[in-house]
Write a protein that binds this ligand. Structure first.
Ligand code: IYR
Length: 228
């Protein structure tokens, strides 16, 4: 019988970190936070201004607090600041994107992307100070090579990624969720093991002072919420 890598006995400690807020403060903070997130825009015109690595590290620790399946924390974040590695990623991503835009994408998809003005040119992959390649660990690997099952890994990494984008925004940085498809080249370039699958490439930095964004809007509450 193989031994479980995890302790099976539950252990509980008092919840000391929770802070209840007075109702007024709660309402004010919810509104302020909403207003802040309503200022978040996905950016494609990145400046090459450097960003402190410590800020990115804090945001990754924030992302790492995400709720996730059986607390397996099935994520890995590769922070790429090295210009040569960024160039390699740009070259590989643009090759996939060229194939996507010129051959693979059905007309319906191209029509859906038209308002965003995207194409196969991805200069931001070299210009932005950091790329964060986010990997889903489909299963865990123990040092002796045994596999550990992961639960809801995609949902878990999706939640962590949302928290990362939010943390970076709150720190005053801009992001772009970039999904070159397929992204297998990221495993090769970044030397990640085969239990990890690229989830997305997050571009991080300051926007150019003259950055432009698509003129698009978000759905109103009446479209996204039903109260029963
Ligand atoms: N991966 C391509 C295409 C693309 C797809 C979606 I869905 C977008 O919201 C935006 C772009 C690209 O990055 O250009």
């Amino acid at each position: 019988m193989s031994q479980s890598p995890l302790s099976l006995e539950p252990k509980f400690v008092p919840l000391t970190s929770y802070r209840e807020l007075p109702l007024e403060t709660m309402q004010e903070r919810a509104r302020d936070f909403r207003e802040s997130l309503q200022r978040r825009r996905t950016v494609r015109d990145f400046s090459d201004r450097p960003v402190p690595l410590a800020v990115v590290e804090d945001c990754l620790l924030a992302a790492g607090t995400a709720p996730n399946g059986a607390n397996m924390q099935p994520w890995h974040f590769v922070v790429v600041g090295n210009p040569e590695v960024k160039s390699e990623i740009r070259r590989a991503a643009e090759a996939e994107e060229r194939d996507f835009y010129q051959n693979k994408a059905p007309q319906e998809w191209l029509d859906a992307l038209a308002p965003l003005g995207t194409d196969e040119h991805k200069p931001f992959l070299e210009r932005a100070p950091y790329l964060i390649a986010i990997f889903v660990q489909r299963y865990g690997l123990l040092p002796d090579g045994r596999k550990v099952k992961h639960y809801y890994p995609i949902e878990s990494v999706g939640i962590a990624t949302g928290m990362l984008i939010t943390a970076l925004h709150e720190a005053g940085l801009a992001t772009l969720t970039h999904t070159p498809s397929p992204m297998g080249f990221l495993n090769e370039i970044l030397g990640r093991p085969k239990n990890e699958r690229p989830f997305l490439l997050l571009v991080v930095g300051y926007p150019e002072p003259d950055a432009q964004v698509p003129d698009i809007t978000k759905k109103p509450l009446s479209d996204i919420m039903t109260l029963v």
